[in-house]
Design a protein around this ligand. Structure first.
Ligand code: ATP
Ligand code: MG
Length: 568
């Protein structure tokens, strides 16, 4: 494995990736009449994560690029792990990423009847047999890749008897594990998957779509290739672990299909992300053991987690494009994903003032009964975003750590006797500090310079080094703000032999701040709204947020401060 940080590139001038090269060569040769039909085939056994997102972008992207189609198909062959909750989440995530599948959603379970009929045909043709041995015996007989396997005593059973037994399996006459249907291929093959793989197993379990219709279920390997075939898929793009399955998929199709058309399987390497885990099993464990607040916890690498954190579909698509595809497995640095969302939010997120850890400021020379409005830009990156008015008054809040009593030389924020500008308003100077019994600052008494109002005719043009964000105390509204950090302290938490990945959980990955002070316009913020809290980072309104009980999640800081362990 190799760690990379992909450079910012213009997708238009990027050369073709290896899959596009294959497609273009085939189209030039007139294969499949130039048709491109891809699919994204998740198993509905968990929520989608950022690795899946790259696969979604790839499959839908290829279809779009070549004027083709992309199917969404659930490879739902294992009723013991599948759930409609997962189906719903996957549909939501694919749509949210901005993709539209061709026609109706497909399900491998829609092909159960066809697969069953094909299995009967294979039995009659002598390509499949019922094995009465228990699973352990079957797997022991497979031996190891360097020594040939042992043939089952049932391998040469007569097709008519096999057919009868297979029908009895289907009719529910046997208990789970009592019999399986196996393909008769080659017990000496160096490819272990060709050593008479199981095609059907008995499972007396209802399926979330087919109910109690079946008590035998086809194996994934007996289902996937034929499903691609049935859907007219031209390019079956999948991850590298399926490379060894390809001869098996082809073996089934060659026994069943007598035309030239075949889906072409092309493998690429998984995209992994540093500082997280991507295995569905591990993600499920984090959810079940309560280490996170559900699959959509903003620290999860799931698409729903990223969405709740405030990521945009554009930023994830852009990330997928930058990562690209290759045959080599790579670990992409988490900071690239953060870079992508920061870059997009910088363009679109309205700027607002929010003080997370407030300390009171009193402008002693500002009349108590005076209230004025100052004008500030909504987004300096986007003139069309316009401006808004903020109330300004004698009592304000600024960020507690924007003040220091004993400040080092280079500290350009507030300190006694030093001038700073309050953004969009006046230059102020701290005159004295008031503290409580514990020595904690309670109020900063300041004076303001009336001739320095930003953008007004009376601005003397005087410059000061520091500019602080602030909110007016009377009008400020309160919110809870959740500061998320990376979920793991280790770059590759799942990569340690003998150490459980949960040992690397970052105990400080969530800090919840109450009574943060926000500019009054945020009173109408709705779940999913995204903002830049000036000088602090990008924040998104959480799904639990309500008027009067606002909750914000930090999406990402303004800069890549992870390496510097910057507290905020
Ligand atoms: P499982 O272990 O449950 O099979 P999975 O992550 O492979 O987990 P699938 O639902 O089978 O989940 O994945 C759907 C598609 O997404 C597959 O084509 C798979 O190859 C692809 N995919 C999964 N993980 C990644 C990843 N990290 N990078 C790129 N593609 C991925
Ligand atoms: Mg899989």
């Amino acid at each position: 494995m190799e760690s990379i940080h992909v450079e910012d590139e213009d997708p238009e001038i990027k050369s073709l990736n290896f899959i596009e090269q294959i497609i273009e060569e085939e189209r030039a040769a007139g294969k499949n009449e130039g048709r491109v039909h891809t699919r994204f085939p998740p198993e509905p056994n968990g929520y989608l994560h950022i690795g899946h997102a790259t696969s979604i972008c790839l499959n839908f992207g290829l279809a779009a690029k070549y004027g083709g189609k992309c199917n969404l198909r659930f490879d739902d062959t294992n009723p013991s792990k599948e759930d409609t909750e997962y189906i719903e989440s996957i549909l939501t995530d694919v749509r949210w990423l901005g993709f539209r599948w061709d026609g109706e959603v497909r399900y491998a379970s829609d092909y159960f009847r066809q697969l069953y009929d094909w299995a009967e045909q294979m039995i009659l043709d002598g390509h499949a047999y019922v094995d009465d041995q228990p699973a352990e015996a079957i797997s022991a007989q497979r031996m190891t890749p360097t020594e040939p396997g042992v043939e089952s005593p049932y391998r040469e059973r007569d097709p008519a008897e096999n057919l009868q037994l297979f029908r009895r399996m289907k009719n529910g006459e046997f208990a789970a594990g009592e019999r399986v249907l196996r393909a008769k291929i080659d017990m000496a093959s160096p490819n272990m998957l060709l050593r008479d793989p199981i095609m059907y197993r008995i499972m007396h379990l209802p399926h979330y779509r087919t109910g109690n219709e079946w008590c035998i279920y086809p194996m994934y390997d007996y289902t996937h290739g034929q499903s691609d075939y049935l859907e007219g898929i031209t390019h079956s793009v999948c991850t590298l672990e399926f490379e060894v399955h390809r001869p098996l998929y082809n073996w089934f199709l060659d026994r069943l299909i007598h035309t030239d058309y075949r889906p072409r399987q092309i493998e690429f390497a998984r995209r992994n992300l540093s500082y997280t885990v991507m295995s569905k099993r591990m993600l499920l464990e984090l959810v079940q053991k309560g280490h996170v607040d559900g699959w959509d916890d903003p620290r999860m690498p799931t698409i729903s987690g990223l969405r709740r954190a405030g990521y945009t579909p554009e930023s994830i698509r852009n990330f997928a494009g930058k990562v690209g595809v290759a045959r080599r497995e790579i670990v992409v640095d988490m900071s690239l994903l953060e870079f992508c969302v920061r870059e997009h939010l910088n363009k679109i997120a309205p700027r607002v003032m929010a003080v997370l850890d407030p300390v009171r400021v009193v402008l002693e020379n500002y009349p108590a009964d005076r209230a004025e409005w100052v004008e500030v830009e909504n987004n300096p990156e986007d003139a069309s975003a316009g401006t808004r008015q903020l109330p300004f008054s004698r009592e304000l809040y600024i960020e507690r750590d924007d003040f220091m009593e004993e400040a080092p030389k280079k500290f350009f924020r507030m300190t006694v006797g030093n001038e700073v500008r309050l953004k969009g308003a006046y230059i102020v100077k701290c005159e004295r500090v008031e503290k409580d019994g514990q020595g904690r600052v309670t109020t900063l008494y300041c004076t303001y310079d009336a001739d320095t109002r930003s953008g007004s005719g009376t601005d003397s043009g005087r410059k000061v080094k520091g500019t602080l964000h602030w909110v007016s105390a009377k009008e400020a509204i309160e919110a809870e703000v959740r500061l998320y950090d990376r979920l793991f302290k280790d770059e590759d938490p799942a990569g340690h032999k003998d150490i459980d990945f949960k040992q690397f959980l970052n105990e400080e990955s969530l800090r919840v701040l109450q009574h943060c002070k926000l500019e009054p316009g945020l009173v109408d913020a709705r779940p999913g709204d995204r903002f830049q809290f000036q000088r602090l980072g990008y924040f998104c309104v959480d799904k639990s947020s309500r008027p009067g009980g606002l909750v914000f999640n930090r999406t990402v800081g303004l800069k890549d401060t992870w390496s510097k362990q910057n507290a905020r």
